[in-house]
Design a protein around this ligand. Structure first.
Ligand SMILES: CC(C)(COP(=O)(O)OP(=O)(O)OC[C@H]1O[C@@H](n2cnc3c(N)ncnc32)[C@H](O)[C@@H]1OP(=O)(O)O)[C@@H](O)C(=O)NCCC(=O)NCCS
Length: 371
């Protein structure tokens, strides 16, 4: 009988680490400079003074303690407050391809496959590095893979939606083995001068090999997939090629990542809890039979609340819902599979749920069983 497996996964993250103390010191120095430079307008009421951030708030509100980033020095530089990167350019590999190739090699090793075994590359991400040629095709070319490759964007659900596409292509007979790559270089999209979002994101990448009838030791059988989308402006980025033609004025900061975090929290937690509960019911799987919840890493409180709603108790072992967010911050769509990669020591027959959710809104939940 045909089974479709997550045969292996691999992660990559940059070496630079920023602690909460460091991100708050930089932000607070930026605030002091801003308030000093604008003191007259603040005194006259034309500009509102910025307020300090705090380590206590960040840890309590999000659970984040550190994040890995592509350029610590420039993010913390109060005169810059963003990474310093180069334009995408045909003379070198895309930043997403470099991250993706590192993670893909680890995933292929774990899955016991070589580029010759792979029929397609699907790259899912929240922010594309460029429009075309697809970064997935660049990765395909660098790794020497035949077949087809494409990029797709589904916000923070891009990873599970991409795994879903891989499953469908394998189930339809189009392919037997697909490499899914999810680079999330999010810090260039972050306004590090904005108090309610400056601490949230880190950079990283996850890759997964989805394969028909894998025999790798790390294989998990995909039992069920469930997807939904529901329009919301609460997480939004308007950055686009249209910007150069716009006749109305907006700053880059207006156009990049913006969110109404409180509303996202309130709306998405019950939605995802109900979504997963209904999926389990439909599959006749008892909640006690789920050994791991590998959920989107947006906020530790959010993850704990969703799990407590599903299992009907807030008294559960922290191992039930791994929290790489503590060390890596929010890794956008890569977060749930990052959690899976770092904590998937299940016994044969044990089951878990991988679920991403985010901008759109979008949700994709995948039930897996250790082979
Ligand atoms: C962003 C998030 C961490 C903020 O936590 P929160 O508990 O909702 O915090 P709020 O925004 O309601 O702010 C609470 C208070 O802290 C203050 N605050 C906000 N940022 C602060 C900071 N960095 N330092 C100190 N205080 C801060 C607010 O001004 C507010 O003050 P008030 O009560 O006097 O108005 C949280 O809403 C979240 O993670 N939401 C989910 C977002 C998400 O999933 N997004 C998807 C992205 S992939």
């Amino acid at each position: 009988m045909q089974e479709i497996h997550i045969a292996g996964t691999g992660v990559w993250y940059p070496e630079d680490v920023i602690t909460n103390d460091e991100i708050v010191s930089s932000y607070n120095a930026y605030v002091d400079n801003f308030n000093e430079s604008n003191k007259d307008s603040i005194a006259s009421g034309d500009i509102i003074a910025l307020e300090h951030s705090s380590v206590e708030f960040i840890e309590k509100a999000s659970g984040i303690k550190t994040r890995h980033v592509v350029d610590k020095k420039n993010i913390l530089d109060v005169e810059r407050m963003m990474p310093s990167l180069k334009h995408e350019d045909e003379s070198r590999l895309s930043i997403q391809a470099v991250a993706g190739i590192h993670a893909a090699k680890k995933a292929m090793t774990q899955a016991n496959v070589t580029p010759d075994d792979i029929d397609a590359v699907i790259l899912g991400t929240s922010h594309n590095a460029r429009y075309y040629p697809a970064v997935a095709i660049e990765i395909q070319n660098e790794l020497g893979i035949d077949g087809y490759a494409y990029d797709m964007l589904v916000g923070c659900s891009s990873t599970t939606f991409a795994i879903n596409n891989a499953y469908s292509d394998i189930a339809s007979g189009l392919a037997e083995t697909i490499l899914v790559v999810n680079p999330e270089i999010s810090t260039p999209a972050v306004n590090f001068g904005k108090r309610d979002i400056h601490f949230i994101f880190g950079d990283g990448c996850v890759a997964s090999v989805i394969k028909k009838n894998s025999s790798s030791e790390k294989s998990f059988k995909i039992l069920d997939r469930k997807l939904m989308t529901q329009f919301s402006n609460n997480i939004r980025s308007d950055w686009s090629y249209l910007a150069r033609t716009a006749s109305d004025y907006k700053t880059a900061e207006d156009l990049i990542f913006n969110q109404n975090g409180g509303s996202v929290f309130k709306e998405v937690c019950p939605l995802v809890a109900k979504f997963i509960s209904t999926q389990l019911e439909k599959n006749n799987i008892k909640v006690e039979d789920i050994s791991k919840f590998w959920l989107h890493q947006a906020n530790a409180r959010m993850i704990n609340l969703i799990v407590s709603k599903i299992i009907g108790s807030d008294d559960f072992d922290t191992n039930l819902a791994p929290l790489p967010i503590e060390s890596f911050g929010n890794l956008a769509s890569a977060g749930s599979m990052f959690a899976f990669n770092l904590n998937n020591d299940l016994k044969s027959g044990e089951k878990g749920i991988i679920c991403s959710f985010g901008a759109g809104y979008s949700v994709c939940s995948i039930i897996v069983e250790k082979v």
